[in-house]
Design a protein around this ligand. Structure first.
Ligand code: NFA
Length: 109
């Protein structure tokens, strides 16, 4: 009696001695950077950070002061899409009120 065909007959041959690494790459992350300027009021910067990045007021105030003293500071880290969206949201909100406040993005490492 001949064996009836099974699913295994169509299975690809296993390559002996080859270890295949799983090809799952973590997405590259981007920093959202708050830039200091001489014109945007401190309270407005703090408000934008709270509104756009959902940061508590005390944390937002610390970040604002860090950028004010150092020239810039990292607000958050996210995927490229989210980071660019948030940077634009913050920059546009300031622009709509006539302030030059700017957020930029840059890739991590
Ligand atoms: N340097 C601004 C001021 O003295 C405040 C500021 C902080 C602006 C952080 C932009 C970023 N009014």
């Amino acid at each position: 009696m001949t064996d009836s065909p099974t699913l295994l007959d169509d299975a690809p041959e296993i390559e002996r001695g080859t270890i295949t690494e799983p090809k799952v790459e973590k997405p590259r992350l981007y920093k959202v950077i708050l830039l200091n300027d001489d014109y945007t009021p401190r309270d407005f910067v703090t408000m934008v950070l709270c509104a756009v990045f959902r940061i508590p007021t005390d944390t937002a105030h610390r970040l604002m002061m860090t950028a004010h003293r150092m020239g810039s500071c990292v607000v958050t880290v996210a995927t490229r899409e989210i980071a660019e969206e948030k940077a634009k949201e913050g920059t546009d909100l300031a622009k709509s009120e006539g302030f030059p406040l700017m957020f930029t993005t840059e890739p991590e490492e």
